[in-house]
Design a protein around this ligand. Sequence first.
Ligand SMILES: [Zn+2]
Length: 266
Amino acid sequence: MAQIGQHQFKLAGGHPALDFINTVHDWTTSEPLDYLSEFADAIRFGETAGLLSRADVGRLRRRTPHGELTRLRELRALLRRIFEMHLSGETPGSADLLKLSADLAEAARATQLTSATQLHRSPKVPPQVPMRREITLEKAGDALLRLRIVEAAVALLVSDATQRVKSCPSCGWLFLDVSKNRSRRWCSMDTCGAVAKSRCGGEVAALLPPLEGARRSLTRAAAIPPAAAARRPAVRFNDIMYFAGPEPVRSRRGFNEQRRRYREPQ
Ligand SMILES: [Zn+2]
């Protein structure tokens, strides 16, 4: 896998396990750029995703882990396979489930229970829960980040939230769709969504025949009586016939708005 230098991690996944899977540039290419070039990148990711505290980061940076970066990449590939199988409605491979189970057992061995009162700053205000479970650096050593990712991934896989996991059709990143009507399509509207939007708008605009004396606008074919439709300049895009309609389009945004509106099922 190709690798790049220091990268600013974007947390588009909405969950640390999904954000970890998204630490490559694009999963749809055969040779994705890997944002985890070295173990230090993984530590930066862990801090950005909230999986490592600043103290953890300071202590991990003083260590020289052997083979941990490779194990992290293997875990990433394993989790991606499992989530992709789930998304396609298939059962994950038994070898993959056994591997994740073994990782989970390793995470459990590195887990400690801590009394919440020991951590709470004000003894006058009681903590909300009496105990806290934590994978500690003392027990996990170099594997701290990896085991915390394992625990987060398993927590997601055994929860209802798995039903909201989606894959971006453009880059293959995974994300949790927490929108009310579950309509989120892209990992981010700033990247893949914006590219797709401008690509569609551009293609339709380029295809539309020029209209004399009127600005371009689009009306879905089904909304126009056949006789009137026959007199209008038309363009086919994504197997939907559009006609230049009566509504004036004053901007690119308005153009995209109409295109989107008339493409939706009536
Ligand atoms: Zn994407």
